[in-house]
Design a binder for this molecule. Sequence first.
Ligand SMILES: [Zn+2]
Length: 168
Amino acid sequence: MWCSVFLISSFITEQKEKLTEVEQQLKKAEAAQRRRMQVEKANRENEAEAIRKILGQDSGREKRKAQNKKRREAMAQVEKAANALMLASSTIRWVMGPTGTVVTFPKDMGLPSIFESKPCSYPPPRENCAGPSCSNPYKYRDSKSKLPLCSLQCYKAVQEKLQAETTC
Ligand SMILES: [Zn+2]
């Protein structure tokens, strides 16, 4: 009887021990699960944070990219304008107005040779002899009549002509 009691008690304690063992294991497992979940949660949060960071950086990069693009576009526009200006300054402008046609040439291009104003200081064509039926260029000028003459012959001829005219 005693023995059986012991056995029973032993069985009970064994059972109890087993139970507590199971309970402990369960508790451990539960704790482990909870820890795992916590770790997972933390991991997920970390991941999300990392993703947010990456996205944030990405969006920042995108922003910078956009800014760079904007800057490049602005630069391109400035360049374009400069080019247009240069093009305009290197083109000939032909403006037909009521007062006449104005042609504008860029300074760096210069005037085409056809528009170059020829110096007006060309020596006037040398007068020919005033002698009748004489086409020689004059050599002398008669101090009285201021007529161009090439020779004494022509002088005489002119004098005779003048006298003939005055006598008439
Ligand atoms: Zn002459």
